[in-house]
Design a protein. Sequence first.
Length: 267
Amino acid sequence: MLLRPLLFMGLTLAAPPALAGATPWQDIAPDARARLISSDMLAGGTLLAGLEIDMPAGTHVYWRVPGESGIPTVFDFSGSTNLGAPAVDWPHPSVDHAAGLTDYVYRGPVVIPIELQPGQGTGTLSASVTMGVCSDICVPAQAKFLLPIDPAHPDSAQSIRLSQAEAQVPIAWDKPDPPFGAITATSDGLAIADPSPDIDADSLIADLGDPAILFSAPQKSPDGTLWTLQLLGGAAGVKLEGRAVQLTFATSMGPYSITRQIAAPAR
């Protein structure tokens, strides 16, 4: 993976425990700060928390797969107590082609939701976060947060922003017609047949679970019935047939994802 020049040392910060549904803000880079927030219990006993990042519109952090440059956003919840394994709900990122590279980023203020399964009584959400914060320069940042979780006394003040963030998390495709036809390997990438006209091609991300295997933006056939994605950089020549690929994409109805097995090239 290529990295843009990193011109500052990483910031390692730790916040004291919070007393309500939010930790104190921490400065993580110039003009950027972050905190943990939590909200009410959801149906099924799940509690929603989140990492809130406040930064200017011209500043961004990276998705769990950063793309051709940058630093992925990574969470470590190993210090948490009396909670089931926290799960990050990743909102659909923007696909950035600046400087001829393909990156997956969150710009401006963003909330990344975290689902929790509280145990009996109070617990603590411990989150160590590593990320790259970029504007004109990129800063590798680390921060650690401790947020007390008390299911008996939820804090509803953060519900709106957490609900808005959850609405941007891709869900499994649930429409009657499939979003794509056959997905096949080609000599240099993927071919996707019969994409739904509701899908924004520029939003499509093909993810094989390996951050070193990246694809270009889709190239459309003249009639729009076939999209081709080329392997980028050092991934050229990787065997794709038989592997599972997750396709994440935006539509006018919101973001969705599907997982399909890549078929062998047509003979």
